[in-house]
Design a protein around this ligand. Sequence first.
Ligand code: ADP
Ligand code: ZN
Ligand code: ZN
Length: 810
Amino acid sequence: MFAEVIVDIPAAQVNRPFTYEVPENYQFSIDIGMRVEVPFGSRQLMGIVVKFLPKIDPALAGKIRPITRLLDYQSFLNEELIELSYDMTEELQTFHITVLSAMLPSMLKVKYETVFKLLDSAAYQSQLADWRLSSEIFETIPRESLEAKLSAGQIKQLLDAGIIEVEYRVLNQARKKYIETIQLAQPVDVLEEALAGLDGRSHKQRDLLSYLLEHAAELPLASKQVLEATAVSRSTLKTMAEKGWLELAQQEVYRDPLAEQTLHKTQARPLTEEQAAAYQAILPAIENHEPKTFLIEGVTGSGKTEIYLQLMERVRQLGQTAILLVPEIALTPQMVGRVTGRFEKGVAVLHSGLSVAEKYDEWRRIINGDASIVVGARSSIFAPLANIGLIIIDEEHETTYKQSDNPRYHALDVAKWRAKYHQAPLVLASATPSIESRARGEVGNYELLRLTQRVNQRPLPPIEIVDMTQVAVQETLNEFSPRLQAAIQERLAKQEQVVLMLNRRGYASSILCRECGHVMQCPRCDISLTYHKAEHQLKCHYCDYHQGVPSTCPNCQSHYLRTQGMGTQRIAETLQELFPEASVVRMDNDTTRRKGQHRKLLDTFGRGEADILLGTQMIAKGLDFEKVTLVGVINADTSLSIPDFRAGEKTFQLLTQVSGRAGRGEFPGEVIIQTYNPDHYVMQLVKDHNYEGFFYSEMQRRHLTNYPPYYYTSLITVKSKHQGKAMRRIYDIKTQLARPEWLANDQLHILGPSQGAIARINDHYYYQLLLKYKQKDAIHAGVQEVFAKIQEDAKQGVYISIDHNPLQFI
Ligand code: ADP
Ligand code: ZN
Ligand code: ZN
């Protein structure tokens, strides 16, 4: 038998499968998707098995080398994912190994050791005796010792019989957890007789046995729990196990990432008319296995989640599985709570907030078929579920669904591929769909389903735009307009809650010299340093540079340095001065760094223990708190000035999302947005809750400027420490790509070369080309040529990245 293996070298020349022989002793244990060690040239490399070949071209015989060893005993990638990896590699113009690695659970990307865990020592002993081998009995056996003793085939036999099990131990000890359980070893009637036959002195045994018989239906039970309930000692338990009445076993327990979160069991609710219409539109696609894409455009608070839950319920009834993607951990506490509240044990949760060990357990639950619903962030789209019946992407417009480094995939594209593979519908949902998705809804590529009302006819909150240019001239330095201050005061008096957002997108507080205007810059990047008050340090947000705050200006030696701009911390201080009686929860990168902290802060606020939730854009989405009746945006403008053709779209989405936090309960809400651009079209349309209006005016702008969805875009970036080399290479690339047959009649536009929005990061100079084209053929061949030379360029200290459909331009 032979196997095709993708080896772990990201280089264009080896971006294809290599054939190896599968040694006899691995033939039964090897599987598609497993990692193997293979000889490559003079080296030994990691590789991933993508295909088996029964035989090979005789011309190759003699040149084929054998696989050195298996690195896994269990595969985490199924045939579907391998097939997907081929298409992604082609589509993204990247390395196959990079794609495959992105699909693996992060567990396998960190350093770990493999051990075998003994599950059934009696069977192990007798099996080894059969094979005439001596056996030492340890709970865990290091991989090397067992492999020295047994052949791969024998190990496989033990694994298949459930006598031993593979365990990965990561550097931080991703260990499975076990508990001991009790099971009856004899039929109930036999044991009832035995119970009757026990004499008076054995009352402990009697207690235990009668307890177990009483609870026979619930067995196996955890030993610990039984011993506590019956006040019987361990030795009694052992005695009875030795008598052959009971059986003790080690049962794996999964670490529960939700353990600290209380489950609020919820029931399906009767759907509103609009919810029911959307549900009924999607249902037939689930039942008839149609790979259609639906776009739910539903205003904030229209009850999209309830639709997801009821659709997933139907999928489960049909014996199928579902994936629900959510943008980020910030959104997950409430969303995850709702899903687990409905489906309890059948849910696996994957997100960046889990420890490696927790993630590993969740993956195993998926592989073992113990979870039929997966909720998670971007990479969960690779969850190795079988028989998928539905994929849902919540807040589909979020840019976190696209990975910003290699492989630069978008979860939406992967979802489409998998939905098609499984003949399952894909549901995208948002209050503010991306312009591209909404445009597909317009032309019928997606089926557009609109929810225009909040649940229970609750009104959307009125939005007031406060013109800060007027306020600034009258008032002092403080960031709160009199209008916003009065509104906050009113809420505090009525004991209602307030959400305040500081828009940090494209924004940072820096240190400025008041005499010469010098702004402290990162010496390695062309960007100002951000002042971090807690550590009293200046930090670069693009590299790891940091320094203390100087006492004099490095430019003019003046002592008049002051901070410019604002952080959440400073706003929190101002709030406290203005409203000394208010209790404020602050949520930003600093206060949510520790695991679980995010959820704790939200819980505090949710229980009503704080009056004001102040945060960065991480508070804009998904929060559903009944008592919030005022949302204030302190600075709406910063995200408008990002050098990105989507700046308007992003600002509209952010402001609409955060506005949607107000008035979700029975009390009506209100939104106040402070801006220096009150007449900007984005502000006006946000004010009117007019997503549709925004969509049409944005489409006009995109049409005029030849941007998506009218054109595709790709971004080619060159970076190097040598400015000259970077520049030369980017001009070469432009020449390579500028094919006259495509440049004619507007099929292809090439913008640039231009310097990156930040021209220098970490001492590397950035240059880019933005390609705009009508069909992929216009650039594919040219980009492939660039791709083929990536390694060669890298050896010269010139690094090239290719990003199709870029969402970030820095
Ligand atoms: P969205 O995700 O569209 O912003 P949510 O799913 O958060 O909206 O729903 C808003 C609120 O309405 C939630 O508190 C939810 O529990 C409630 N809700 C949703 N559907 C119904 C329904 N059919 N009947 C009553 N309440 C509902
Ligand atoms: Zn100065
Ligand atoms: Zn820097």
